[in-house]
Design a protein around this ligand. Structure first.
Ligand SMILES: NC(=O)c1ccc[n+]([C@@H]2O[C@H](COP(=O)([O-])OP(=O)(O)OC[C@H]3O[C@@H](n4cnc5c(N)ncnc54)[C@H](O)[C@@H]3O)[C@@H](O)[C@H]2O)c1
Length: 320
């Protein structure tokens, strides 16, 4: 199959590229390298089935040239950071919603019919049902990121209905693992490498979070592509457990052999749009025969191992 992967140089995109190439597909990677890293694609560059295109999804002409002939579009490119949304409100709209509309319009022009989309558990805002199922009533959106992703999901659904496309929408919890480049493990590691004896935590440390290991996430997507066949297929992806931020800090500090003095900013939320409790009901995905292999603790440990071994590369481009 010929596959276009947007966000190919990112954390998840680069792993997806490797997985697709490993399965013998031809892959075109599309990325503007705003947060992605060329080094994540070093395996891919050695594969003759791979081409890389450094370009922006807002450039429709370039996107059209690269998408030509793609039977599947894996659309992972986005502004993936919830926390800094309020500093640049236009970014989520452009990178997440308009960019997705560009992908859909280009697919329509070219007759490309199948799209995989990386959505997020953030679209549930602060739900009242736990674990939160896909059919949960949508409460008020609490982040620009979640709102922009939900708008993108809606566009995908409407395009599937109107133009005979097929959509695979995945609502992830936070993903951990190798090539991880943004999020709490990275932030804590960065602080501790600068001053090993103190750690400042946003919120009260009791935020309850669910995390998923990157290869468990990609396994689910690849399984769903084979086993689900509705016009629009929507799946939550996460583990059936959660941990508190304080648990995660304990695992990270034990791994690094540190006992820092911890201070808390306080409040149930670390920042605007932070959800104090995330636990998704993933029984719909599990019914297809998928289950995650790594627990949250194992995924946190794999991540801190990776981040500490790759601290220089581990995202110089991320916002502070
Ligand atoms: N990592 C997580 O925990 C998580 C959780 C939920 C959802 N997601 C979603 O999964 C996807 C991948 O996330 P990630 O963690 O790999 O993030 P990432 O920042 O590592 O990857 C995103 C990639 O998209 C590229 N990109 C951004 N805007 C672009 C544009 N306009 N044109 C071309 N390329 C562009 C970036 O350079 C980057 O390589 C995103 O859509 C994100 O919203 C991620």
């Amino acid at each position: 199959m010929r596959v276009l992967v947007t966000g190919a140089a990112g954390f998840l995109g680069s792993h997806m590229v490797d997985r697709l190439l490993g399965a013998g597909h031809q892959v075109a990677g599309f990325d503007n390298l705003s947060t992605g890293q060329r080094s994540f694609l070093e395996h891919a560059f050695r594969n003759p089935g791979f081409t890389f295109h450094q370009a922006d999804l807002l450039d429709r002409e370039r996107l059209t040239r690269v998408m030509e002939g793609a039977e599947l579009v894996v659309h992972f490119a986005a502004n993936a950071d919830v926390r800094f949304g309020t500093q640049h409100p236009r970014k989520d709209l452009d990178q997440n919603t308009i960019a997705t509309w560009n992908v859909l319009e280009t697919m329509r022009d070219l007759g490309s019919r199948k799209i995989v989309f990386s959505s997020t558990g953030s679209i549930y805002g602060e739900p009242e049902i736990f674990p939160t199922p896909e059919i949960c009533p949508f409460p008020v959106q609490t982040s620009l990121y979640g709102a922009s992703k939900l708008a993108a999901e809606s566009l995908i659904q409407a395009y599937c209905e109107a133009f005979g496309m097929q959509g695979y929408i995945f609502r992830f919890v936070s993903i951990l693992g190798e090539r991880y480049s943004h999020g709490h493990v990275f932030d804590f590691y960065k602080q501790l490498s600068q001053h090993p004896h103190r750690l400042h935590v946003l919120g009260d440390g009791h935020q309850k979070k669910s995390y998923l290991y990157v290869h468990d996430c990609l396994d689910a997507i690849l399984i769903a592509l084979q086993r689900a066949d509705k016009k629009v297929n929507i799946f939550n992806l996460g583990t059936d457990e959660y941990c508190e931020v304080n648990d995660s800090i304990g695992w990270i500090c034990a791994y690094l052999g540190l006992r820092p003095k911890i201070t808390y900013a306080g409040g149930q939320r670390g920042w605007i749009g932070d959800s104090p409790f995330i636990l998704l009901d993933c029984s719909r995905m599990r019914a297809l025969g998928w289950k995650p292999r790594l627990s949250i603790r194992q995924a946190v440990l794999a991540t801190i191992k990776y981040v500490s071994e790759h601290s220089a590369a581990a995202n110089s481009k991320c916002e502070p």
